[in-house]
Design a protein around this ligand. Structure first.
Ligand SMILES: Cc1cc2nc3c(=O)[nH]c(=O)nc-3n(C[C@H](O)[C@H](O)[C@H](O)COP(=O)(O)OP(=O)(O)OC[C@H]3O[C@@H](n4cnc5c(N)ncnc54)[C@H](O)[C@@H]3O)c2cc1C
Length: 393
């Protein structure tokens, strides 16, 4: 099935696919095994201008109007089809940049976005803390104003692109008594005194992506690095997720496609009982379910991405949550079934499907677990039901 992508979007997709096949595929196994960050691929993405696809044209990006979520998803999907971990260097930079794109002042955008667009600097987004994961409002990191600075203290955990990024968008409490309503968002540059990196995680999957702890110890951030206004940080973080979750969905879609293609090829090659395994209806049914899930994910993701790009930013949260939840559940199922179709060989590291299954799992967890996505969708539905009931009265 084909969506109606513009000529530019189709070119972006083709370019990302070529880089994935020519540059990422030869290194993915080693990157996964050794957990090495793909600096060479980052350089390649920078040289081919792919970091520009989600940055507005005024700041040396490519997006002429609205947001570049479709572009972002196309690149993430194609890179993830080959390696969901390496793709995250790109997608994590998108996540870290979105608060600046959405809420930054012109000065902040001029200062930070061109270096992200050129790929010279990567970005990261820091919200999660040891005691604040799903309950994001429970963060404890503080940012207390002192003259023309804020002093940050606290620890962020599990931060994608931690240490490799130069630009961090960080949620911290400027008014700790108010809890989530006292949260604000800041841009913090690597190298700021008092900003250090802690534990680097050893992960099940997406091993080519760096996940690290950020430690703020009397870290002095200039007051002009506050994004928007004090107290609006929690809302900004939620609005960021509304536009970033289709990207996680696209990562899941790419991983699922990669696994499906491998399984289809293998089912056609592998002989048992004197015939190819694909000639068994049991295998065909598995492949049929996999293909259907992939097509449905794709339709949902690009519909939501297109709505966001065209300016629909209200009432989008539940749709983004649906895309993320659905595509990641499908990716988990498709990759698990791909391993099944490979039989014992699927369990071995010699073939890529076991890695794809490990990589798929994270898409059900980060940017809000799928339980939290169901909460978002459920809350929206309950609100709508109340509204309809009031209208009927
Ligand atoms: C590899 C990786 C990369 C990450 N990258 C980033 C990043 O770049 N930036 C960032 O800020 N964070 C990042 N995270 C953090 C991620 O978003 C959180 O791990 C996630 O939101 C879940 O939080 P938690 O791990 O504390 O789990 P918990 O919140 O402790 O949840 C544990 C379990 O309880 C369930 N649960 C919790 N509350 C409810 C509820 N109300 N209803 C039903 N079930 C519930 C959850 O679904 C889950 O199954 C990353 C995490 C990982 C693993």
């Amino acid at each position: 099935m084909h969506h109606h992508f513009t000529e530019e979007q189709s070119m972006i997709r083709e370019l990302a696919r070529r880089i994935a096949e020519e540059k990422i595929e030869p290194v993915r196994e080693q990157s996964d095994r050794e957990g090495t960050f793909p600096w060479d691929i980052v350089k390649e993405l920078a040289q081919t201008d792919l970091f520009r696809v989600f940055i507005p044209i005024q700041y040396e990006g490519m997006v002429e109007e609205g947001l570049g979520i479709t572009n972002m998803c196309l690149v993430t999907e194609e890179l993830s089809r080959v390696c969901g971990g390496i793709a995250l260097a790109f997608a994590g930079t998108g996540l870290g940049s979105f608060p600046i794109i959405l809420f930054g002042s012109q000065e902040q955008k001029e200062k930070y976005l061109p270096a992200i667009a050129s790929g010279e600097k990567l970005a990261a987004f820091g919200l999660t803390e040891p005691d604040a994961g799903s309950d994001a409002g429970a963060i404890k990191t503080t940012a207390i104003k002192q003259d023309d600075h804020y002093i940050l203290n606290g620890t962020k955990v599990f931060i994608t692109n931690g240490e490799v990024a130069d630009i961090y968008t960080i949620l911290a409490l400027t008014n700790p008594e108010k809890g989530a309503r006292g949260a604000s968002m800041f841009i913090v540059e690597k190298g700021t005194p008092g900003f250090e990196f802690g534990k680097k995680e050893d992960k099940m999957g997406i091993r080519a992506s760096v996940t690290a702890e950020l430690i703020f110890n009397d870290c002095k951030v200039p007051a002009e690095n506050l994004l928007g206004r004090e107290g609006a940080g929690f809302l900004m973080a939620m609005k960021t997720f509304d536009i970033s979750r289709p990207g996680v969905a696209a990562q899941a879609l790419g991983i699922a496609r990669g696994a499906f293609e491998e399984a289809l090829k293998y089912a056609h090659q592998r002989h048992q009982f004197g015939k190819t395994i694909i000639s068994n209806q049991g295998i065909q049914w598995m492949l049929a379910d996999m293909a259907t899930g992939i097509e449905a994910s794709r339709a949902l993701i690009y519909q939501v991405a297109d709505m966001i790009d065209k300016g629909e930013t209200k009432n989008i949260g539940h749709l983004s949550a649906m895309a993320k939840m659905f595509a990641s559940d499908i990716a988990m199922k498709v990759t698990t079934d791909a391993v099944q179709i490979f039989g014992g060989y699927g369990y071995m590291k010699e073939y890529p499907v076991e890695k794809m299954m490990r990589d798929a799992k994270i898409t059900q967890i980060y940017e809000g677990t799928n339980q939290i996505q169901r909460n978002i969708i459920g809350t929206y539905l309950a609100k709508m039901a109340g509204k309809l009931a009031r209208e009927r009265e």
